[in-house]
Design a protein around this ligand. Sequence first.
Ligand SMILES: Cc1ccc2c(c1)c1c3c(c(C)cc1n2CCCN)C(=O)NC3=O
Length: 276
Amino acid sequence: SSPYRHEPVEDWYIVGEEIGSGHFAVVKKVVCKRSGTEFAAKFIRKKRASTSRRGARREDIEREISILQELNHVNIIKLYDIFEDKQDVTLILELVSGGELFDFIAERDVLHESEATAFIAQVLEGLAHMHLKNIAHLDLKPENILLTNRAQAVIKLIDFGISRKIEDGKNEIQMLGTPEFVAPEVIAYEPLGLYTDMWAVGVITYILLSGCSPFLGDNKQETFANICAVDFSFDDEFFGNTSDLAKDFIRGLLVKHPGRRASVTDCLSHPWIKLF
Ligand SMILES: Cc1ccc2c(c1)c1c3c(c(C)cc1n2CCCN)C(=O)NC3=O
């Protein structure tokens, strides 16, 4: 039997409202009956028959779990417990109350540069912890960056569903994150790496500062064409008041050749991040 707990989640937690849903998973707020502490429970539907298209494959569930178990950083959501029953594997995760960075931007339209660097610096700290262990997130986007609360806003990276250990040269993964945020190598089916996350940091920073998405087209094909052509610009209408340092930071990330793209270490020592 699997090392996961086979008692019903409901024996230990009061299951509350749904707060999110993904490919094969539903996320609900739960309260621990013993401690009264709130958590997020991610119910991952298991694939029943090997031929079924519904449900997550066992090896994908186990990969997400082993990656979460290897990570231990203030900017990465913590995994506390794992349950399994006939139809789901359920992850008991740290709950943060501030919701998505995405909503935070939506409410504010755009952020002041000092707010943006405070968020991006924390994304970089969490990524540095992952990249040190050769783990790439591969699905970085504002929806997967949560805030602890609106005040001092500590960010937490979530959703390691397509995250991978990068063994050099072996990661020709035919997978796709979200079109708006994927790097050129993903579209070209070339090897993915830690550098794939760095492209996404460039896209996210561009959005934080302008409210616009640099490569978004009217459809997926157009978006992919814009990405492969690295066709973006700093329109004065949105970037008129943006510092040259901020633009330089983004330019260092939206680079087609992965080897020439800024690494997480380069970014953490970039003056735009160190300055604020
Ligand atoms: C306050 C709030 C609101 C929505 C939340 C969460 C928390 C949340 C959380 C998690 C996940 C995987 C998804 C979550 N979602 C779903 C949306 C994430 N893209 C999680 O692991 N901890 C959360 O707090």
